[in-house]
Design a protein around this ligand. Structure first.
Ligand code: GLU
Length: 484
């Protein structure tokens, strides 16, 4: 019988939801949903030094924003935070101690540091050397008693089987093998403060929560042999493991780093700037996975249906901000106006631009937007001074036929009544200028566009003129004619 599929996302609440963690959550979610399994969230909060106030709430909130849901979590289930499970870990620490598979270690941090220094100076790989080595039972007892009396609180170390081979068939990377001798010696499973270490707690939890597959980032590969040792010591069957490849910055080719300021790496950033969550979901879903073929736009339902763990990529996933923005633009372009208007409203409001024409402005610029916050810069024309022309734009305006075109259009606009001044009626006026002057194509549209909007590549022209209003459009044309 195969085990029911149960996977987890196990964040440490040490900061905001990073794109790498969001990907881990997303692929676990897709795997569970594709196979009709269970997806749970467990909070790994045993590192008290790195704990961030509110870290858990922000993780869950941002996952929800992305459109990820889960079946079990600390919100609905007891003891889904590691800090609430200390008695459980203690039970297994005690068991291993009683069986002689673990032992109390009284070596101090200073002694460990000194030993490490000595090893490094001697060119040896740093490792813990059993402090009881060569001691008789009596000497051992005396050593422990003396240290206890000195108030030294012990850690608990797992007795590593150094001749053991720890291997697994990784869902992403295939066969991986570590030798017990290369693990760095007997390692700590319980810290002095009574908290378990990550590598111990994670095994107890994954086992007790019946996790069938552990899918996580490949920064955890070196932890896996240690975890396999705990499974072995406790006599438990290990789950399947899959380690997803690194995310690299497509521009530098290096591991995505907080110093890459040209990239948005926290889900919070996307949310704050008014990206559509569906677009971010789609983008992350293709970081190290794809269904084959050229298509790149997939809904959540399609992802769930198509997801195939055998297609998790073995080579690094390139994070390309430009691609994110292209994809986001695809979503915004194709979304209904109401959705995008709602997304843009707070930005317009903050800029004092939530006028009665605001929705029309959003409609005008929607085809160009990647994130809703861009609406402010894009609508500058309507609210601030006429922009400086670039050299290229000046060159266009120096064209011989430019005054003819602008004068003709000015006349047409002046002749329109207020009722006539509607988007649908404006394009025919431009066409009429063409007919009258015989000037067409680029020579017709470019000067008009630049005169009206100050830009060579702007939004749709008739709507720009309409939204700018007749007076302002004429004024812009006038100013331009004077400057020529
Ligand atoms: N708490 C670990 C992390 O945030 C989870 C590792 C795992 O999935 O086992 O990296």
């Amino acid at each position: 019988m195969t085990k029911p599929i149960r996977v987890r996302y196990a964040p440490s609440p040490t900061g905001l939801l990073h794109i790498g963690n969001a990907r881990t959550a997303l692929f676990n979610y897709l795997f569970a949903r594709h196979h009709g399994g269970t997806f749970l969230i467990r909070i790994e909060d045993t590192d008290r030094k790195r704990h961030v106030e509110d870290g858990e709430r922000s993780q869950l909130e941002n996952l929800r924003w992305l459109g990820i849901d889960w079946d079990e979590s600390p919100e609905t289930h007891e003891q889904y935070r590691q800090s609430e499970r200390l008695d459980i870990y203690q039970k297994y620490v005690d068991q291993l101690l009683a069986e002689g598979k673990a032992y109390k270690s009284y070596v101090t941090e200073e002694e460990l540091a000194a030993e490490r220094e000595r090893q490094e100076a001697a060119g040896e790989t740093p490792r813990y050397i059993n402090e009881y080595l060569g001691m008789s039972e009596d000497e051992k007892a005396a050593y422990m008693a003396e240290r206890e009396a000195a108030g030294i609180v012990p850690t608990v170390r797992l007795a590593v089987n150094e001749t053991g081979i720890y291997k697994w068939n990784d869902m992403v990377k295939g066969e991986i093998e570590f030798e017990g001798v290369n693990i760095g010696g007997d390692w700590v499973i319980q810290k002095r403060d009574g908290y378990p270490t990550y590598n111990f707690a994670v095994v107890v939890d994954d086992y007790l929560m019946n996790i069938s597959h552990v899918i996580r980032g490949d920064d955890h590969i070196a932890n896996t042999p240690k975890q396999l040792m705990v499974y072995e010591a406790l006599g438990w069957e290990a789950p399947e493991f899959g380690h997803m490849t690194l995310i690299i910055n497509s521009e530098t080719g290096k591991k995505l780093s907080k110093r890459d300021t040209n990239t948005l790496q926290f889900i919070e950033d996307y949310r704050r700037k008014g990206y559509m969550p569906e677009a971010v979901f789609n983008f992350i879903g293709l970081l190290g996975w794809n269904p084959g073929g050229e298509e790149e736009i997939f809904s959540r339902e399609q992802f769930i249906q198509l997801f195939d763990e055998n297609r998790l990529s073995k080579s690094p996933a390139a994070f390309d901000q430009k691609k994110m923005d292209w994809m986001s633009n695809e979503y915004i372009k194709n979304a209904d106006l109401e959705t995008i208007f709602n997304l843009a409203k707070p930005f317009l409001e903050e800029a004092g631009r939530l006028t009665d024409k605001a929705e029309k402005l959003v409609e005008l610029y929607k085809p160009q937007m990647s994130s809703a916050d861009q609406i402010v810069g894009l609508t500058d024309l309507f609210f601030s001074d006429f922009p400086e022309l670039t050299d290229e734009e000046k060159e266009v305006m120096a064209g011989e036929t430019v005054p003819t075109v602008l004068n003709a259009l000015k006349e047409k606009l002046e002749a329109m009544t207020d009722e006539e001044f509607q988007p649908d009626n404006i394009f025919p006026q431009i066409k009429a200028v063409q007919k009258e002057t015989g000037i067409k194509g680029k020579n017709l549209f470019m000067p008009i566009r630049i005169a009206v909007s100050g830009e060579m590549h702007g939004p749709e022209l008739p709507n720009t003129i309409y939204l700018l209003g007749r007076e302002k459009s004429i004024q812009h044309i006038d100013n331009m004619l004077k400057s020529l």
